[in-house]
Design a binder for this molecule. Sequence first.
Ligand SMILES: NC(=O)c1ccc[n+]([C@@H]2O[C@H](COP(=O)([O-])OP(=O)(O)OC[C@H]3O[C@@H](n4cnc5c(N)ncnc54)[C@H](OP(=O)(O)O)[C@@H]3O)[C@@H](O)[C@H]2O)c1
Length: 235
Amino acid sequence: MNLDGKNVILTGGSLGIGKETAKALVDKGANVLITGRSNKRLSKVVNYTGAKIIDFDIADINNITRNANECIKMLDGRVDVLINNAGLGVRKSIEELSIDDFLKVFNVNVFGLALFTKEIVPLMKIKNSGTIINIGSTASLKGYKNGSIYASSKFALRCLTQCWQAELRPHNIRVCQINPSEVTTAFGSSLRIEREDISNKLTTKEIAHSIISAIEMDDRGFINELNVWATNPFN
Ligand SMILES: NC(=O)c1ccc[n+]([C@@H]2O[C@H](COP(=O)([O-])OP(=O)(O)OC[C@H]3O[C@@H](n4cnc5c(N)ncnc54)[C@H](OP(=O)(O)O)[C@@H]3O)[C@@H](O)[C@H]2O)c1
């Protein structure tokens, strides 16, 4: 897909991977709408990204249809690409598990994401084209110590990706999951403070590059899943 002139919704565009991807998409000529919970954080990145902004909490399940309709209206009724990037995580041992933590994470990473996508897919079906990028994680592929809540949410996302691929390929809609390993962002920071780059760890630029490469492939093909590792993060 040639991104020039395409309409893109990117959830979680105020920081980190979403912010860098939004800027790269705008540089390619796309009209990009980014979402986030904080209007203040979104306003701060308008100049950097060149994207339009809308603030709402994707975990607000009762208002998801209204919020999705507002996004669609801001893009004049056409959505060519949806990038499901907004996400959060907690680290808890089995003894510390609580339903509140499960719901906090699943409401964003799984339930909100799925119900938001449900609102966008009919537009893509009418056009018989579209691309959906789900941002998973290497935690979508393998569990790890204290990962019960986050990794199970990202495993669930991987399952959604596979189900949607089966349902949507006949409509020429491509669904791709991108699984980054550790990226130096504000992820996990309750104060939403971005980390400095570290020379041997992934930065948001490699993930933005992966997302854009997947979208730019000719529409006759698609990458079903892409894992992105740092080359040598061990020291
Ligand atoms: N960083 C990593 O090491 C890493 C590795 C693998 C996968 N990932 C995945 O990559 C994605 C982006 O992560 P990141 O590292 O860029 O994190 P980040 O820097 O914390 O950014 C997350 C973005 O999502 C938004 N967001 C969070 N909760 C939201 C909600 N309930 N409703 C709407 N927007 C919400 C945040 O904005 P507000 O806070 O203003 O709402 C922010 O724009 C996530 O899905 C994450 O799981 C990250």
